[in-house]
Design a protein around this ligand. Structure first.
Ligand SMILES: Cc1cc2nc3c(=O)[nH]c(=O)nc-3n(C[C@H](O)[C@H](O)[C@H](O)COP(=O)(O)OP(=O)(O)OC[C@H]3O[C@@H](n4cnc5c(N)ncnc54)[C@H](O)[C@@H]3O)c2cc1C
Length: 479
């Protein structure tokens, strides 16, 4: 025997928090909704773990970063869930799902039944062992995915002041952790196999800017090689790391950021999977009509690229969650999800945003020796992606809107010449019934939007970015 709910959210991360808020906005009744989470705390803004949480002074701590403060909205503390009659089953992992019976079995032996299930299980950090290297369990080897990892990382950092850290991986976890380690007065060497940092997103030129900035803060880079083994002392602590290129680095601590894998294992053989996640339609509904998937675990159709994608970004987690709840509560009103991919990071005094897709040819603009620069990606004659470092609220809004419009680009030289001005102009153009914009005297053409909808969506995206940027501005020190 166990409890029964109309709606069950499996997973208690970012997507769960935003889904719960949307359920309440749409009038869910007391006792209808439950969240089951392996974590012992109510949903929180996970990005804080590699930013404000790691600061040496006045660090961010719960309850300050519970969802949905990341969108400058109300903070959903455990009290909020109680007041709204939402059951939080925390510190409890689900070990199996029976879709025929519509039940979940927890590790504590409880069976929980649902009418509608929202899968929000997110992802887990990939372990070294999955690449044939042992030693993840050493006391001073850290990963960073959840609050427990972050708490452990802080404690290891505190025992390593002025010591040496090796960061394995050049993605955003590696980059953000390296910056935090430096701020905590730890000497950092980053090791990764790619030719430059943030290899999945940055162009070599963009990467070079950040690498130079990091070097100016004392960070060393060892690229084109991987970790092969650890030296351990008699206490089981890592004292050095060996690399494939034959070098050995002394280490008082190691941080591993080598990627993530979506938590789909409970659903293998029960739901259609794609791109490493649970395949859903434009209403976030899986191959089983009673099961929805949101956040990092969902592979959903990204309309503007006519492709199914699984994104690992907080904005996507928030918006897929809200859309799923809208589709569940008001199916006749909810349209197909139409999302502009958005990702950001903040390190040291730097801050960037990226919209769209980094496919095709890259055109850089701005002052790479200064504070504000960026890039556009042009694929099949259209602007499909935009990156901006050091932008203002208006500038970020502009690149978001311009990217959403997917303007046709005929003259790359002119685009480069106009730089950020191109997005600023494009974003101010009337959305419909106006002729295509010809920028300057060039052949650079911005197609007018195909539907007025694009413009509306652009404004919505811009407005949410503005709110987010404003909130960030206020919280810059803590996040
Ligand atoms: C340190 C860090 C920094 C980040 N910074 C940024 C950033 O700057 N910008 C950005 O765009 N994105 C960032 N991200 C990514 C962003 O946080 C994720 O995209 C987002 O958290 C995904 O939300 P989610 O709800 O899908 O998954 P999660 O937030 O990971 O939540 C998943 C939840 O499911 C639970 N769960 C899983 N399996 C089970 C089970 N079997 N039973 C019970 N519970 C289960 C987990 O315990 C967890 O609570 C960052 C991520 C991390 C880890």
């Amino acid at each position: 025997m166990g409890r029964a709910f109309v709606y069950v959210i499996l997973g208690g991360g970012v997507a769960a928090g935003y889904a719960a808020q949307e359920f309440v906005k749409r009038g869910v009744s007391h006792g209808e909704l439950c969240i089951i989470s392996g974590e012992p705390v109510a949903p929180y803004e996970r990005p804080a773990l590699s930013k404000g949480f790691l600061l040496p002074e006045d660090p961010a701590r719960l309850p300050s970063f519970h969802c949905c403060v990341g969108s400058n909205e109300e903070r959903l503390t455990p009290k909020w869930y109680k007041e709204h009659g939402i059951e939080l089953i925390l510190g409890t992992r689900v070990k199996s799902v029976d879709m025929r019976r519509k039940t979940l079995l927890t590790v504590t032996g409880e069976t929980i039944s649902y009418k509608i299930l929202i899968v929000a299980t997110g992802a887990r950090a990939l372990k070294l062992e999955e690449f044939g290297v042992t030693g993840s369990d050493a006391e001073n080897v850290c990963y960073l995915r959840d609050l427990a990892d972050a708490t452990r990382l802080v404690s290891v950092m505190q025992s390593c002041m002025d010591g040496n850290a090796v960061v394995i991986g050049g993605g955003y976890i590696g980059m953000e952790c390296a910056a935090s380690l430096v701020i905590n007065k730890i000497n950092v060497t980053m090791v990764f196999p790619e030719a430059h940092c943030m290899g999945r997103l940055f162009s070599p030129r963009i990467a070079s800017y950040y690498e130079e900035f990091y070097k100016s803060k004392g960070v060393k880079f060892i690229k084109g090689t991987v970790l092969t083994s650890f030296d351990l002392n008699s206490d089981g602590k890592v004292t050095a790391v060996s690399l494939r290129d034959g070098s050995k680095l002394p280490a008082d601590m190691v941080v591993i950021g080598i990627g993530i894998r979506a938590n789909t294992s409970l659903f293998e053989g029960q739901l259609t999977l794609e791109k490493g996640g649970i395949k859903v339609n434009g209403k976030m509904q899986s191959s089983n009509a009673s099961v929805y998937a949101v956040g990092d675990v969902a592979a959903f159709p990204v309309k503007m690229f006519a492709e199914t994608r699984r994104l690992e970004h907080v904005d996507s987690a928030r918006k897929t969650a809200r859309h799923a709840v809208a589709a569940i509560m008001e199916p006749e009103k909810a349209g197909e999800f139409d999302y502009l991919p958005f990702f950001y990071s903040r390190v040291f005094t730097l801050s960037w945003q990226f919209y769209g897709d980094n496919a095709g040819e890259v055109i850089h603009f701005g002052d790479f020796s200064g504070k504000t620069f960026g890039a556009y990606w042009i694929n099949k004659g259209h602007l499909v992606g935009s990156f901006l470092e050091g932008g203002t609220k208006e500038q970020y809004e502009a690149i978001a809107k311009a990217t959403r419009l997917k303007p046709a680009i005929e003259d790359l030289v002119e685009l480069e010449r106009q730089g950020l001005g191109f997005a600023l102009t494009a974003s101010q153009k009337p959305s419909s019934s106006s002729p295509p914009l010809v920028a300057g005297s060039s052949n650079l053409v911005i197609e007018k939007p195909l539907h007025a909808w694009y413009a509306t969506a652009g404004v919505i995206v811009a407005a949410s970015v503005a709110a987010f940027a404003y909130w960030y501005g206020r919280r810059r020190r803590r996040w």
